[in-house]
Design a protein around this ligand. Structure first.
Ligand code: 4NP
Length: 162
């Protein structure tokens, strides 16, 4: 497959728990990249360790499924130093996730991964957090999907354009 030179070969989506936002983003990104004909390795992780080994939150699974995204097989893991060597682009769901990732990156000498906020390229939600829905309700989970679809599409459009 012919790849535009600016398209990363691998993208890691990161939130706090890796059970709500980033597994949803992983599957949205994977589907959108496939539709766009881009061959990109996609994975997700959390900055925290509470949910290592867990499936996505039941609410996240349900809302994702209603939009055509099957995330029930994904298993949470914590971001690690090797991720900063193995992924071209690491995208943080919110500003706190980004600060936590930056601190890890700053502690490493041999990383080439680019870090950015997930919403960075989004004309609608650019610069915003994807708000943590964990303590929220169904509307918050719907809002997460809306923002994730929009911001993932914006990255993919940016790569198709270069
Ligand atoms: P996520 O949501 O970061 O979107 O996966 C959360 C899941 C769990 C927790 C916080 C946020 N927690 O505190 O356990």
């Amino acid at each position: 497959m012919l790849m535009k030179s600016c398209t990363p070969s691998s993208v890691l989506l990161v939130c706090l728990g890796n059970i709500c936002r980033s597994p949803t983003a992983e599957e949205v990104f994977r589907q959108q990249a496939a539709i766009a004909g881009l061959s990109i390795k996609v994975d997700s992780a959390g900055t925290g360790d509470w949910h290592i080994g867990h499936k996505p939150d039941e609410r996240a699974q349900r809302h994702a499924k209603a939009h055509g995204y099957k995330i029930n097989k994904l298993i949470a893991r914590q971001v690690n130093n090797d991720d900063f060597r193995n992924f071209d682009l690491i995208l943080a769901m919110d500003a706190q996730n980004l600060a936590d990732l930056q601190a890890i990156k700053d502690s490493l000498t041999d990383t080439t991964a680019k870090l950015a906020l997930f919403s960075e390229e989004d004309p609608t939600y650019g610069g915003d957090d994807v708000p943590d829905p964990y303590q929220g309700d169904g509307e918050d989970f719907e809002n997460v999907i809306e923002r994730i679809e929009s911001s993932a599409q914006a990255w993919i459009e940016s790569w198709k354009a270069c």
